[in-house]
Design a protein around this ligand. Structure first.
Ligand code: RM4
Ligand code: MN
Ligand code: MN
Length: 396
């Protein structure tokens, strides 16, 4: 490895943070049923405890994303509990995710529902979520909508767009200075004909409509196969509306597989676009890196640590792209030299430097192995297995 590269990697690792989702530690499955794991978290406190393990072993995950319906059973009243868990497990509350898809009222949509009282309820829930975020000192409110329709002709698409504009604008008005609304898009599922916020262009339009503190959230699993995600990232950076990511990998649809398990070069290219932007503009970006994965078959904590490892590796690789060389090659249309600038960095084995960095921070050099040996999994398996055994896995 050239001199200078290890320093770049160390600098990159020292600033790299990635948020883990509370829901990633609970039992999940597919639409055919839930798979129950004996060690899965069954309460919000257990989710904090598990996320605390990931942070303890990686040193890169000081915040936990929370889902309002699942983690705040008493709404704003639950904020005190979350403060206690934060203190106890050494994690701060990260993004707050309103839940606008699970209640029966949302069968035909939330902000896009033709019934004004349902739209009002959804807006109120979003406002409450913003209050929760304020109470916790959380900056980001992440909005994902299941809204859409299953059959042609059944929804007034233009009208629903206007309702979304109105509600998002009203939600934005509740933000305090520094808070942000992150708007997520998804092309299909659960709706299979049209989704109200189907792609990044629609999310960008709505973010602009909502106000200056709204941004687009890119969930890497929410694209059609072969879509060029790093181009979307580059455009959103250029428009100064890239708010954050939900990282996961996919092969077919919104598979929520472990980051980089299918296509690590894709994630590398996303990180590269961000770091290239920073190099070119001299500006430090402020983008929330978050994980949104559902590990149905892998052990949940282990899979989360594996994800953080992979994210660190790919970010470190992107940090050693020779940007000056790349810019020069692009300018002279030297295609092979430009492409090689990416390929050389991607092919570099950054793991020895990452191990050194961990060592210098008092972190285990191999966090997955350390987790397997530290006894935490055995302990929680014993504590939780009876509760999980009683968990319902069938839909019928
Ligand atoms: C969606 C989307 C959201 C997540 C829900 C549970 O597909 O990715 O971010 O909150 O799933
Ligand atoms: Mn997501
Ligand atoms: Mn998703």
């Amino acid at each position: 490895m050239n001199s200078g590269k290890p320093d770049k990697i160390i600098r990159a690792l020292s600033q790299f943070r990635i948020e883990i989702p509370s829901w990633g530690f609970a039992n999940t499955g597919t639409r055919f049923g839930k798979f129950v794991q004996a060690a899965a978290a069954t309460t919000t406190e257990e989710k904090f405890s598990d996320a605390g393990q990931v942070n303890l072993l990686t040193g890169a995950c000081p915040t936990i994303a929370l889902h309002v319906l699942w983690d705040f059973p008493n709404g704003v009243q639950s904020v005190d509990d979350i403060h206690k868990f934060s203190e106890c497990y050494g994690l701060r509350a990260g993004s707050i995710n309103p839940n606008l898809f699970q209640d029966q009222e949302y069968k035909y949509g939330s902000f896009g529902n033709p019934d004004a009282s349902v739209r009002e309820r959804a807006l109120q829930h979003t406002k409450d979520s913003i209050q929760i975020a304020k109470g916790l000192g959380s900056r980001d409110i992440s909005l994902w909508f299941a809204d859409g329709s299953n059959y042609p002709g059944t929804a007034n698409i233009r009208q629903r767009k206007r309702w979304f504009e109105e509600s998002l604008e009203a939600a934005h008005a509740e933000l305090s200075e520094g808070q942000r609304l992150l708007i997520e898009y998804k092309p299909f599922e659960p709706a299979f004909y049209h989704t109200d916020i189907a792609d990044w262009g629609m999310a960008l339009h709505l973010a602009r409509y909502a106000g200056p503190q709204a941004r687009v959230l890119v969930d890497t699993g929410h694209h059609y196969a072969s879509q060029n995600i790093e181009q979307i990232v580059a455009w959103l950076l250029s428009e100064e509306r890239l708010g954050g990511f939900h990282f996961n990998d996919r092969r077919y649809a919104d598979d929520d597989l472990t980051l980089g398990s299918i296509d690590p070069y894709q994630v590398f290219r996303i990180f590269h676009e961000i770091l290239f932007y920073e190099w070119e503009t001299g500006e430090q970006t402020d983008i929330a890196f978050m994980i949104d994965q559902s590990h149905n078959l892998k052990g949940k904590i282990e899979a989360m640590i594996q994800t953080v490892n992979m994210a660190q590796e790919l970010y470190a690789k992107a940090a050693i792209v020779d940007c000056a060389e790349l810019a020069d090659a692009q300018k002279s249309c030297d295609l092979v030299r430009a492409e090689s600038a990416l390929q050389d960095a991607f092919a570099t084995d950054v793991r020895p430097v990452i191990r050194d960095w961990r060592h210098s921070k008092g972190l285990p050099e191999n966090p997955v192995e350390a987790f397997r040996k530290n006894g935490y999994l055995e302990r929680i398996t014993k504590e939780r297995c009876a509760k999980n055994a009683g968990s319902v896995s069938s839909y019928a």
